[in-house]
Design a protein around this ligand. Structure first.
Ligand SMILES: Cc1ncc(COP(=O)(O)O)c(C=O)c1O
Length: 461
């Protein structure tokens, strides 16, 4: 962010005045942590808030300011912060041991719950993060097919490992990001998901394709929605050619519906990449899917078949603390109530924010599905009605590809000044704990933020 952007802004002055403790911590952090942060998406200029407590839909910074939270643990906290069932499960487990280095009953229960919620999950293998799960899914697909290339979609995010480093947030041409091997990116074929045609052509043109991987809710959990019929068509086309179809449901899993995008849309992938909610808000992930693919991890089966086993380790795989939290989380999800509550809150929030935009005559729009929302800040200043916005018609180039980082940063600051913490895309993830008062406060906060940005000329009328 440029100094010009930061200068002479009442929003930034208000933010600084409200958060002196965060400023002090950030100064210390910057000496020991690059940019003073631990995850690229926590970057905020002039500095991020430092939080020391959270409960339900709220969190509090070191200066005692209260915020309605829409980071939601990067999407992991479907039940909100410190849900009593999860706190109790983790407290009980921590006293019984944090790491046995052995098999345990909770990991069995955890896998069974995943299978119950996602019937395509015939077998499950736990990992320590969504990134690890995406890496393992690609390895399994290549081993299963004996092929090397993978079709990916521009703007779809699958973690930060080398094979998927290009094309999610930068390097949309598929070139290798600095520090990664060109060979990793060369084995990816980058396509647009604005229609299925390029995929069908690519599948016909190349018989060395092991897998297609995508976010089944659209790039960045629906920031770029998929066209109607995309998943069904893709399922049919991959099945016909023996190509492994991988759904990355790290965000959408147990959120878009209790069984993720696959249950909602009735399309069963071969493999599913899971993270976030699957581990109950603690670190963890999983690959779930067809037994015939997962069994490549099975010592006896591979020996009997005379095949090399796929190797997979990981010190914290199915860690008992994460397993305890995950079982508590998925048992709640299985009741259907958290999703119903979070979806209701999402609908109220999107409608209320669009009403604000309409009333304030701001040509932005808020969209999204279930318990997710995205704020379209209209960088190309197209004419639009917030109450009747069709994100799908803009495709990648008009949505994620046209992102205006400076406006998103300023909006985040204005929302923090107004008592709301949103993510940088900009948008956020809603929990079952976001009750009516929290949603009302957010809508009021959004109105304040919109007015601040209008005053500073950042919002087109
Ligand atoms: C769709 C998707 N896939 C994979 C990942 C990587 O998960 P993790 O951050 O647990 O490594 C993320 C993380 O945000 C994600 O959103």
């Amino acid at each position: 962010m440029t100094d010009t952007f930061l200068a002479n802004s009442a929003v930034i002055n208000d933010f600084r005045n409200k958060t002196p403790g965060s400023a002090r911590l950030h100064a210390a952090a910057s000496d020991v942590l690059p940019s003073g942060i631990a995850h690229d998406s926590r970057m905020l200029s002039p500095y991020p808030i430092y939080v020391d407590r959270a409960a339900g839909p709220y969190k509090w910074d070191v200066d005692g300011n209260e915020y309605v939270d829409y980071f939601g643990g990067h999407g992991a906290l479907l039940l909100g912060h410190s849900h009593p069932a999860i706190v109790a499960a983790v407290q009980a487990q921590v006293a019984s041991g944090t790491h046995y280095g052995s098999c345990h009953a909770l990991e069995v229960r955890w896998a069974e719950l995943i299978r119950r919620l996602m019937p395509a999950a015939e077998n499950v293998r736990f990992t320590s993060s969504g990134t690890e799960a995406s890496l393992l899914a690609l390895r399994l697909a290549r081993a299963h097919t004996g092929k090397s290339k993978v079709i990916r979609y521009i703007g779809h995010f699958h973690g930060w490992h080398d094979h998927v480093a290009a094309g999610a947030n930068s390097h949309f041409d598929g070139s290798a990001p600095i520090g990664t091997l060109a060979a990793s990116s060369d084995n990816m074929q980058f396509l647009s998901a604005d229609s299925l045609e390029p995929t069908l052509r690519a599948l016909d043109a190349n018989d060395d394709i092991a897998a297609v991987i995508l976010e089944p809710g659209g790039a960045s959990w629906g920031q770029v929605p998929l066209p109607a019929g995309f998943l069904t068509g893709l399922r049919a086309a991959t099945a016909a050619r023996g190509v492994v179809l991988i759904f990355d449901e790290v965000v959408t899993g147990f959120r878009l519906s209790t069984g993720g995008a696959q249950t909602r849309d009735g399309v069963a992938p071969d493999l599913t990449v899971l993270g976030k909610i699957v581990a109950g808000g603690l670190p963890g992930g999983a690959v779930a899917g067809k037994r015939a693919i997962l069994e490549q991890l099975d010592f006896a089966r591979m020996k009997a078949m005379g095949r090399e086993k796929v190797a997979h380790q990981g010190t914290f795989n199915a860690n008992p603390l994460a397993a305890a939290a995950a079982v508590a989380m998925l048992e709640e999800v299985a009741t259907g109530e958290p999703n119903a509550r979070a979806d209701h809150a999402g609908h109220r929030l999107r409608t209320g924010m669009n009403q604000v935009l309409k009333e304030e005559r701001a040509a932005w729009a808020v969209y999204g599905e279930a318990s997710m929302f995205h704020i379209f800040t209209n960088p190309r200043r197209i004419a639009l009605d917030p109450m009747d916005f069709d994100a799908c018609s803009l495709g990648f180039a008009g949505l994620k590809g046209a992102k205006d980082a400076a406006t998103a940063n300023k909006l985040r600051l204005a929302m923090l000044v107004a008592g709301v913490d949103i993510m940088g895309a900009p948008g956020g993830l809603i929990s079952a704990a976001h009750d009516d008062p929290a949603i009302d406060r957010t809508i009021d906060g959004f109105r304040r933020a919109v007015r601040m940005l209008k005053t500073e000329g950042d919002i087109p009328a």
